[in-house]
Design a protein around this ligand. Structure first.
Ligand code: ARG
Length: 286
């Protein structure tokens, strides 16, 4: 497992940013759901016989947008492209760190073409785009999340473990690799949610025994979530300082977070759960 010291590294900067979030404007990338639909099946949540309702999806996405702007987030929009229904899940565009971004290389052909559009958008922002070699898959902030200075990164269903060492070497940060154990939890952000530099929500059965140990030994306050709430994508939550936005009706987790001083904003995202995503993966933090 690669381990690097962190002296003035981008991750230290990110850590500061994380802690300062309360006072700073958080910048997010979102993609309006104009092209969103269930057109293919690339994870166990998607079923061609269970289509999303476009009008409802539109309303749910707008409600999420309004909650985020209400929390003073600055939201940039990328144009939805025809034939790329999953582009709405901008968390998979790449992993931005300071002035660089590791561009995603999608595992499935169906999403492959998204990368060139996201690349253009990142370049327009003046970010330095780093590409994965052609044989290394990586699905961005869907599979790589900072907790303090440490990057927790998942592999198996979508991203390759070799992407992790490339990121560790480029940034000089510690990357802890976690193998995902269950197909329903195919991205890290479906089963693991950093809510501060010390506290993380996670669904233990989504990881193998070793992965659970890595989480428990490296995170001061790991909160296991119950199965029924994990299945309601409780870990796919957006964290803006002390405010947490998630799909509705996850009372046990809400209680645990409220006890820790967080404010919870629940919103219905049923139409996006049909594609295997919820609040967090509809956004990318820049
Ligand atoms: N249908 C999309 C896929 O399977 C959903 C992506 C959700 N993104 C995420 N970061 N969890 O790729």
């Amino acid at each position: 497992m690669p381990s690097f010291s962190c002296v003035n590294s981008p991750a230290c900067w990110l850590h500061q940013k994380f802690d300062l979030m309360n006072n700073q404007k958080v910048k997010l990338l979102m993609c309006p759901p104009d092209q969103y639909a269930i057109r293919y099946v690339i994870n166990p949540w998607m079923k061609l016989t269970r289509p999303s309702d476009p009008a409802r999806a539109d309303r749910q996405w707008k409600n999420l947008f309004d909650i985020l702007t209400g929390l003073n987030c600055e939201i940039d929009l990328i144009k939805p492209e025809k034939g790329l229904p999953d582009m709405v899940f901008t968390a998979n565009a790449g992993l931005p760190v300071h002035n660089r971004v590791f561009l995603s290389r999608f595992r499935h052909k169906e999403r492959e073409a998204e990368a060139k559009h996201f690349r253009k958008w990142f370049e327009k922002q003046g970010l330095n785009v780093i590409e994965m070699p052609p044989d290394i898959f990586f699905e961005g902030a869907g599979d790589a999340l900072f907790v303090g200075n440490t990057l927790f990164a998942a592999y198996r269903f979508r991203s390759d473990i070799r992407a992790h060492s490339l990121i560790a070497e480029t940034l000089g940060v510690q990357v802890l690799s976690l193998e995902l154990a269950k197909k329903r939890y195919y991205h890290l952000d479906t089963c693991f949610a950093p809510v501060s530099s010390k506290t993380v929500l996670y669904y233990p059965p989504a990881f193998d025994r070793y992965g659970q140990k890595v989480i428990e030994e490296n995170i001061p306050d790991p909160i296991p979530v119950p199965k029924n709430e994990a299945n309601r994508f409780v870990c796919n939550a957006i964290v803006i300082g002390k405010d947490i936005i998630m799909h509705y009706r996850c009372p046990e987790t809400v209680k645990l977070l409220t006890n820790r001083g967080f404010r919870i904003h629940e919103t219905n995202l049923s139409e996006f759960i049909k594609a295997g995503g919820s609040a967090k993966c509809l956004t990318l933090q820049i």
